[in-house]
Design a protein around this ligand. Structure first.
Ligand SMILES: Nc1nc2c(ncn2[C@@H]2O[C@H](COP(=O)(O)OP(=O)(O)OP(=O)(O)O)[C@@H](O)[C@H]2O)c(=O)[nH]1
Ligand SMILES: [Mg+2]
Length: 313
């Protein structure tokens, strides 16, 4: 009589706890060899389950052995989605960009970065969904090194924390790994699965745990809060919108999107490079000007919402 299949499943789970890579696969293969030769019924199911675990382990190992991901930059800014496994990162990427991605109720559904573009404030921003981060990531666990390297070179990161009890704890683990690896990227928190926190108590807990960080809460299930997430992306992206005004003509309704700290010269470079050297000064109205139509030099630093009239010779 073989061991009842439920009992066998428990034994296997216990034996592979804490094991990864080749060690985990060895143990799983050993069990497969020991199974009675049934291919149907409960033992058939068990066999399929173990084969699935082997496949999953091999995929994770593949991630761990990748040192860096190649992510071609696109758009005005690159913003990464960072968080524990199963946090809802891929669901959010899909909700914001429409990109078709694998979504699953198990950890490590995403093994490679997936990118999508989201339009915010007139700018195209590249969002990158990354594999989940786990405790020990800074020491390379679960492919953590490659993920952390991708975060480091991004312009900003959305730290995804699901509003579940486990999620809040895992969110702190992720924050600890970013700290341990000295990642200094601009960060905001996106609290996901808001539908699982109907009285808002976990959101309240989250804002205390991550005091000082900007927070947006959403649910991709109900669609609530997604506009707030877009605003947070804009805030983190560090971009400004500037409106150019040809002399004697109305203000253009299409803003030019520039990175914070850009000057009049940067604006000219974006509008028409042929004007570089021909523009001597500009008239600025808006937040960066002390008064309307202030005459400024080419090195004047612009601000979000400025209207700029270029004086072309
Ligand atoms: N209730 C609820 N479930 C959600 C929400 N967003 C995602 N989920 C579920 O959470 C699970 C994980 O979602 P994913 O988007 O795959 O999570 P992930 O962070 O990309 O996971 P990994 O790729 O494994 O790191 C899936 O079962 C989703 O259906 C949400 O807003 N509410
Ligand atoms: Mg995913």
């Amino acid at each position: 009589m073989p061991i009842p299949h439920q009992e066998m499943r428990r034994i296997i789970k216990r034996r592979i706890r804490g094991l990864e890579g080749a060690d985990r696969v060895d143990v799983l293969r050993h069990f497969l060899d020991e199974f009675p030769g049934y291919y149907n019924g409960p033992y058939g199911e068990l066999r399929k389950w173990v084969l699935g675990l082997i496949e999953e382990t091999n995929q994770r190992t593949e991630v761990r052995h990748t040192d860096t991901f190649f992510l071609a930059r696109q758009g005005a800014r690159q913003v990464v989605l960072v968080g524990p496994p199963n946090a809802g990162k891929s669901s959010l990427l899909h909700a914001l960009t429409g990109r078709q991605v694998a979504i699953g109720d198990y950890p490590f559904t995403t093994l490679r970065p997936v990118e999508g573009m989201v339009a915010v404030g007139g700018a195209q921003i590249q969002l990158i969904d990354l594999p989940g981060l786990i405790g020990g990531a800074a020491d390379g666990k679960g492919g953590g090194k490659a993920v952390l390297a991708a975060i480091r070179i991004a312009d900003a990161a959305l730290h995804i924390v699901p509003l579940t009890d486990a999620g809040l704890a895992e969110g702190q683990v992720v924050a600890g790994e970013l700290e341990a690896d000295n990642v200094r990227v601009r960060r905001g928190i996106v609290a996901t699965k808001m539908d699982l926190d109907p009285d808002g108590s976990r959101l309240h807990q989250l804002s205390e745990l991550f005091a000082g960080a900007p927070v947006a809460a959403c649910s991709t299930l109900t669609g609530a809060g997604l506009d707030g997430v877009r605003s947070l992306i804009w805030e983190l992206a560090g971009l400004i919108r500037v409106f150019s005004k040809p002399r004697g003509a109305p203000v253009s309704s299409d803003p030019v999107v520039l990175v914070e700290g850009s000057s009049v010269t940067d604006l000219i470079g974006r509008l028409n490079r042929a004007w570089l050297g021909k523009v001597r000064h500009a008239m600025v109205t808006g937040p960066s000007a002390r008064f309307a139509a202030q005459r400024v030099g080419l090195d004047h630093i612009l601000a979000d919402g400025d209207v700029v009239e270029l004086a072309i010779d």
